[in-house]
Write a protein of this length. Structure first.
Length: 198
């Protein structure tokens, strides 16, 4: 008789499904370790090629600086001309969609899965994250599941974004609240080139 972690007895089919799931998770862990190693290669082109091979969709002219980390890269979609800073983390257990000409600074954490604190099994709750065009996300920002950051919005350094951010608004703090608004609404700039060897 085999039981799961909650003490529930499992039949043969349930055991087989769980064993296969565990094996597939080991392969995912190896893949994520390899992607972490790729993050140390000082070449944007090489990193982008490997990230695309892992299932990420990366638009023309977009790039990651070094040391990015991921869960489930196949659920991550990046638009055109976007730069994602060093040491960023993109969850990917649910969809992450990042638009065109988005500037994401260093050490930004984007989560789309969190634990349900009311569930006795502490199960995961997922929510898609969307960051629309021309957004600037400052350093060390944390973005939580289910959030949409509107076009042209700015997230100040160190903020924790727990709810949607309207277009062109500037938010900051923990939790992030509106602290201003961008005066220019006709955004059509292109970000500068990513630093070499970073």
């Amino acid at each position: 008789m085999i039981k799961d972690k909650t003490g529930k007895t499992l039949n043969t089919k349930q055991v087989v499904v769980r064993v296969i799931g565990r094996i597939l998770n080991y392969f995912l862990d190896i893949k994520l370790m390899l992607l972490r190693w790729v993050g140390y290669i000082p070449s944007h082109l090489t990193r982008n090629i490997v990230y695309k091979l892992s299932g990420m969709k990366i638009g023309r002219g977009s790039t990651f600086h070094m040391w990015a980390n991921f869960f489930q890269p196949k659920n991550i979609e990046i638009g055109k001309g976007t730069i994602i800073g060093d040491h960023s983390f993109l969850d990917g257990r649910d969809k992450i969609k990042i638009g065109d000409n988005v500037d994401i600074a260093s050490q930004v954490l984007i989560y789309n899965s969190e634990h349900n604190l009311s569930d006795p099994n502490f199960s995961a709750v997922n929510g898609k994250v969307e960051i629309q065009d021309y957004v600037f996300v400052g350093p060390r920002v944390t973005i939580l599941p289910g959030v949409v950051i509107g076009k042209g919005a700015v997230v100040a350094a160190g903020a924790v974004v727990t709810k949607d951010v309207p277009d062109y608004k500037i938010v900051g703090g923990v939790p992030a609240k509106v602290i201003g608004e961008r005066s220019i609404k006709d955004l059509n700039y292109k970000l500068g080139r990513a630093r070499l060897f970073q």
